[in-house]
Design a protein around this ligand. Structure first.
Ligand SMILES: O=C(O)CC1=CCC(=O)O1
Length: 263
Protein backbone atom coordinates (compact mmCIF):
# COMPACT_ATOMS: atom_id res chain seq x y z
CA UNK A 1 0.00 0.00 0.00
CA UNK A 2 1.29 3.42 -0.91
CA UNK A 3 1.10 5.94 1.91
CA UNK A 4 1.42 9.69 1.90
CA UNK A 5 2.47 11.03 5.32
CA UNK A 6 2.04 14.65 6.28
CA UNK A 7 1.87 16.99 9.23
CA UNK A 8 -1.03 19.42 9.42
CA UNK A 9 -0.80 22.38 11.79
CA UNK A 10 -3.99 23.57 13.50
CA UNK A 11 -4.90 27.18 14.27
CA UNK A 12 -3.63 26.71 17.83
CA UNK A 13 -0.27 25.39 16.66
CA UNK A 14 -0.84 21.67 17.22
CA UNK A 15 0.96 19.38 14.76
CA UNK A 16 -1.30 16.54 13.62
CA UNK A 17 0.33 13.44 12.12
CA UNK A 18 -1.70 12.30 9.10
CA UNK A 19 -1.51 9.39 6.66
CA UNK A 20 -3.37 9.12 3.36
CA UNK A 21 -4.00 5.89 1.41
CA UNK A 22 -6.02 4.82 -1.60
CA UNK A 23 -7.08 6.22 -4.97
CA UNK A 24 -7.01 10.01 -5.29
CA UNK A 25 -10.34 10.01 -7.12
CA UNK A 26 -12.18 7.91 -4.50
CA UNK A 27 -14.43 9.44 -1.82
CA UNK A 28 -12.49 10.50 1.29
CA UNK A 29 -12.98 8.43 4.44
CA UNK A 30 -11.60 10.05 7.60
CA UNK A 31 -10.81 7.63 10.47
CA UNK A 32 -10.63 8.85 14.06
CA UNK A 33 -8.99 6.86 16.85
CA UNK A 34 -10.04 6.07 20.40
CA UNK A 35 -8.54 7.40 23.64
CA UNK A 36 -5.13 5.87 24.39
CA UNK A 37 -4.53 4.54 20.88
CA UNK A 38 -3.10 5.99 17.67
CA UNK A 39 -4.15 5.90 14.05
CA UNK A 40 -2.46 2.47 13.92
CA UNK A 41 -5.57 1.05 15.59
CA UNK A 42 -7.11 1.09 12.09
CA UNK A 43 -4.46 -1.25 10.65
CA UNK A 44 -6.92 -4.20 10.50
CA UNK A 45 -9.21 -2.16 8.21
CA UNK A 46 -6.61 -0.40 6.09
CA UNK A 47 -6.18 -2.75 3.12
CA UNK A 48 -9.89 -3.28 2.48
CA UNK A 49 -10.93 0.32 3.04
CA UNK A 50 -8.12 1.86 1.01
CA UNK A 51 -9.08 -0.35 -1.95
CA UNK A 52 -12.38 1.57 -2.06
CA UNK A 53 -11.85 4.97 -0.45
CA UNK A 54 -9.27 7.72 -0.12
CA UNK A 55 -8.52 6.77 3.51
CA UNK A 56 -7.24 9.55 5.74
CA UNK A 57 -6.21 8.67 9.28
CA UNK A 58 -4.55 10.86 11.86
CA UNK A 59 -3.31 10.64 15.41
CA UNK A 60 -5.74 12.66 17.48
CA UNK A 61 -4.13 15.56 19.33
CA UNK A 62 -2.02 14.37 22.24
CA UNK A 63 -1.80 10.82 20.87
CA UNK A 64 0.88 9.11 18.81
CA UNK A 65 2.96 11.66 16.91
CA UNK A 66 0.42 14.50 17.27
CA UNK A 67 1.26 17.23 19.75
CA UNK A 68 -0.97 18.86 22.35
CA UNK A 69 -0.65 21.95 24.55
CA UNK A 70 -0.78 21.40 28.32
CA UNK A 71 -4.23 21.42 29.92
CA UNK A 72 -7.67 20.30 28.84
CA UNK A 73 -8.77 19.56 25.28
CA UNK A 74 -12.45 19.72 24.37
CA UNK A 75 -14.74 17.87 21.99
CA UNK A 76 -15.17 21.14 20.12
CA UNK A 77 -11.40 21.33 19.69
CA UNK A 78 -11.13 17.70 18.55
CA UNK A 79 -13.97 18.24 16.09
CA UNK A 80 -12.29 21.33 14.65
CA UNK A 81 -9.06 19.33 14.31
CA UNK A 82 -10.94 16.87 12.08
CA UNK A 83 -12.24 19.77 9.95
CA UNK A 84 -8.69 21.17 9.72
CA UNK A 85 -7.51 17.83 8.31
CA UNK A 86 -10.31 17.82 5.72
CA UNK A 87 -9.60 21.46 4.80
CA UNK A 88 -5.88 20.82 4.40
CA UNK A 89 -6.59 17.92 2.05
CA UNK A 90 -9.14 19.92 0.05
CA UNK A 91 -11.94 17.51 0.97
CA UNK A 92 -15.22 19.44 0.89
CA UNK A 93 -17.14 16.35 2.06
CA UNK A 94 -16.05 13.00 3.46
CA UNK A 95 -17.24 9.80 5.04
CA UNK A 96 -16.25 9.63 8.71
CA UNK A 97 -15.67 6.61 10.92
CA UNK A 98 -14.68 7.07 14.56
CA UNK A 99 -14.43 4.63 17.44
CA UNK A 100 -15.13 5.62 21.04
CA UNK A 101 -13.56 9.09 21.42
CA UNK A 102 -13.36 9.11 17.62
CA UNK A 103 -17.11 8.46 17.57
CA UNK A 104 -17.62 11.40 19.92
CA UNK A 105 -15.83 13.54 17.33
CA UNK A 106 -18.17 12.07 14.72
CA UNK A 107 -21.20 13.08 16.81
CA UNK A 108 -19.78 16.60 17.09
CA UNK A 109 -19.30 16.79 13.30
CA UNK A 110 -22.86 15.58 12.66
CA UNK A 111 -24.16 18.42 14.81
CA UNK A 112 -21.76 21.22 13.92
CA UNK A 113 -20.63 20.50 10.36
CA UNK A 114 -23.15 18.12 8.74
CA UNK A 115 -22.52 19.71 5.35
CA UNK A 116 -18.98 18.22 5.46
CA UNK A 117 -20.22 14.64 5.94
CA UNK A 118 -21.31 12.07 3.37
CA UNK A 119 -22.05 9.09 5.63
CA UNK A 120 -21.10 8.47 9.25
CA UNK A 121 -19.99 5.46 11.32
CA UNK A 122 -20.10 5.82 15.11
CA UNK A 123 -18.48 2.79 16.73
CA UNK A 124 -18.34 1.84 20.42
CA UNK A 125 -19.22 5.32 21.51
CA UNK A 126 -21.59 7.30 23.65
CA UNK A 127 -23.13 10.78 23.79
CA UNK A 128 -22.01 11.17 27.41
CA UNK A 129 -19.59 9.23 29.62
CA UNK A 130 -20.53 10.31 33.12
CA UNK A 131 -19.47 10.57 35.89
CA UNK A 132 -17.10 13.47 35.34
CA UNK A 133 -15.35 12.63 38.61
CA UNK A 134 -14.13 9.31 37.19
CA UNK A 135 -12.45 11.13 34.27
CA UNK A 136 -10.96 13.67 36.63
CA UNK A 137 -9.54 10.84 38.76
CA UNK A 138 -8.19 9.08 35.67
CA UNK A 139 -6.46 12.20 34.33
CA UNK A 140 -4.95 13.03 37.72
CA UNK A 141 -3.78 9.40 37.96
CA UNK A 142 -1.89 9.46 34.65
CA UNK A 143 -0.37 12.86 35.35
CA UNK A 144 0.94 11.57 38.71
CA UNK A 145 1.82 7.96 37.89
CA UNK A 146 2.03 7.64 34.08
CA UNK A 147 0.27 5.16 31.82
CA UNK A 148 1.49 1.92 33.44
CA UNK A 149 -1.12 1.53 36.20
CA UNK A 150 -3.93 1.92 33.63
CA UNK A 151 -2.79 -0.71 31.16
CA UNK A 152 -4.24 -3.97 32.43
CA UNK A 153 -7.68 -2.57 33.32
CA UNK A 154 -7.84 -0.83 29.95
CA UNK A 155 -7.11 -4.04 28.06
CA UNK A 156 -9.81 -5.80 30.08
CA UNK A 157 -12.35 -3.16 29.00
CA UNK A 158 -11.16 -3.15 25.42
CA UNK A 159 -11.19 -6.91 24.76
CA UNK A 160 -13.19 -9.90 25.92
CA UNK A 161 -11.38 -12.52 28.08
CA UNK A 162 -11.68 -14.98 25.19
CA UNK A 163 -9.90 -12.61 22.79
CA UNK A 164 -7.14 -11.80 25.31
CA UNK A 165 -6.50 -15.53 25.72
CA UNK A 166 -6.67 -16.37 22.02
CA UNK A 167 -4.80 -13.36 20.58
CA UNK A 168 -1.97 -12.42 22.98
CA UNK A 169 0.07 -10.75 20.23
CA UNK A 170 -2.79 -8.46 19.28
CA UNK A 171 -3.35 -7.61 22.93
CA UNK A 172 0.35 -6.87 23.38
CA UNK A 173 0.34 -4.62 20.29
CA UNK A 174 -2.45 -2.54 21.80
CA UNK A 175 -0.87 -2.59 25.29
CA UNK A 176 2.35 -1.12 23.88
CA UNK A 177 0.34 1.50 21.98
CA UNK A 178 -1.34 2.55 25.23
CA UNK A 179 1.89 2.58 27.25
CA UNK A 180 3.57 4.80 24.64
CA UNK A 181 1.05 7.60 25.29
CA UNK A 182 2.27 10.95 26.55
CA UNK A 183 0.36 11.21 29.87
CA UNK A 184 -0.23 14.91 29.24
CA UNK A 185 -1.88 14.20 25.88
CA UNK A 186 -3.94 11.35 27.33
CA UNK A 187 -5.05 13.60 30.21
CA UNK A 188 -6.04 16.38 27.79
CA UNK A 189 -8.35 13.94 25.99
CA UNK A 190 -9.76 12.61 29.31
CA UNK A 191 -10.77 16.20 30.06
CA UNK A 192 -12.53 16.47 26.68
CA UNK A 193 -14.59 13.36 27.52
CA UNK A 194 -15.16 14.54 31.11
CA UNK A 195 -16.69 17.79 29.85
CA UNK A 196 -18.69 16.30 26.98
CA UNK A 197 -22.44 15.83 26.94
CA UNK A 198 -23.91 15.43 23.45
CA UNK A 199 -27.23 13.91 24.56
CA UNK A 200 -29.25 17.04 23.88
CA UNK A 201 -27.77 17.53 20.39
CA UNK A 202 -27.94 13.88 19.29
CA UNK A 203 -31.31 14.51 17.62
CA UNK A 204 -29.68 17.05 15.29
CA UNK A 205 -27.87 14.22 13.51
CA UNK A 206 -29.56 13.70 10.15
CA UNK A 207 -26.49 12.24 8.39
CA UNK A 208 -26.99 8.61 7.28
CA UNK A 209 -25.37 6.86 10.24
CA UNK A 210 -24.27 3.36 11.15
CA UNK A 211 -23.83 2.82 14.88
CA UNK A 212 -21.67 -0.17 15.81
CA UNK A 213 -21.72 -1.59 19.34
CA UNK A 214 -19.83 -4.39 21.05
CA UNK A 215 -22.16 -6.88 22.70
CA UNK A 216 -19.63 -7.23 25.56
CA UNK A 217 -18.44 -3.61 25.71
CA UNK A 218 -18.28 -2.48 29.36
CA UNK A 219 -17.20 1.07 28.45
CA UNK A 220 -19.83 2.15 25.89
CA UNK A 221 -22.81 -0.17 26.01
CA UNK A 222 -25.35 -1.37 23.47
CA UNK A 223 -27.82 0.91 25.28
CA UNK A 224 -25.53 3.89 24.65
CA UNK A 225 -25.47 2.94 20.97
CA UNK A 226 -29.25 2.48 20.86
CA UNK A 227 -29.67 5.97 22.31
CA UNK A 228 -27.71 7.41 19.37
CA UNK A 229 -29.79 5.40 16.88
CA UNK A 230 -33.11 6.42 18.44
CA UNK A 231 -32.15 10.10 18.61
CA UNK A 232 -30.81 10.40 15.06
CA UNK A 233 -32.94 10.91 11.98
CA UNK A 234 -31.40 8.18 9.82
CA UNK A 235 -29.41 5.62 11.81
CA UNK A 236 -29.25 1.88 12.32
CA UNK A 237 -27.45 -0.39 14.75
CA UNK A 238 -25.11 -3.32 14.16
CA UNK A 239 -23.80 -5.24 17.18
CA UNK A 240 -20.64 -7.34 17.07
CA UNK A 241 -19.45 -10.11 19.43
CA UNK A 242 -16.70 -7.93 20.91
CA UNK A 243 -15.79 -5.63 23.77
CA UNK A 244 -14.68 -2.01 23.25
CA UNK A 245 -12.12 -2.18 20.42
CA UNK A 246 -14.52 -4.03 18.15
CA UNK A 247 -12.56 -3.18 15.00
CA UNK A 248 -9.58 -5.13 16.39
CA UNK A 249 -11.56 -7.96 18.00
CA UNK A 250 -13.88 -8.53 15.00
CA UNK A 251 -11.91 -6.97 12.14
CA UNK A 252 -13.67 -8.59 9.17
CA UNK A 253 -17.18 -8.04 10.48
CA UNK A 254 -16.37 -4.46 11.40
CA UNK A 255 -14.86 -3.69 8.01
CA UNK A 256 -17.75 -5.32 6.16
CA UNK A 257 -20.30 -3.36 8.18
CA UNK A 258 -18.50 -0.12 7.32
CA UNK A 259 -18.30 -0.97 3.60
CA UNK A 260 -21.97 -2.01 3.54
CA UNK A 261 -22.91 1.34 5.03
CA UNK A 262 -20.63 3.59 2.98
CA UNK A 263 -21.31 1.74 -0.25
O1 LIG B 1 -10.61 3.46 27.99
C1 LIG B 1 -11.81 3.57 28.14
O2 LIG B 1 -12.32 3.84 29.22
C2 LIG B 1 -12.72 3.47 26.97
C3 LIG B 1 -12.78 4.72 26.23
C4 LIG B 1 -13.52 5.82 26.50
C5 LIG B 1 -13.32 6.80 25.47
C6 LIG B 1 -12.41 6.09 24.59
O3 LIG B 1 -11.96 6.50 23.51
O4 LIG B 1 -12.09 4.89 25.10
Amino acid sequence: MTVQTLTIVTDDGVRLAVEVYGPESAPVLLLSNSLGTTMAMWDPQLADLSARYRVVRHDGRGQGQSTCPPGAASMDRLGRDALTVLDALGAARAHFCGLSMGGMVGQWLATHAPERLLRLVLANTSACMAPAAAWQARLEGVLSHGMGPLAQASLERWFTPAFLAAEPEQAEWIRQMLLANDPQGYAACCAAIRDMDQRRTAALNTVPTLVIAGQADPATSVADAQFLVDAAGDARLVTLPAAHLSNVECPQQFTQAVIDHLG
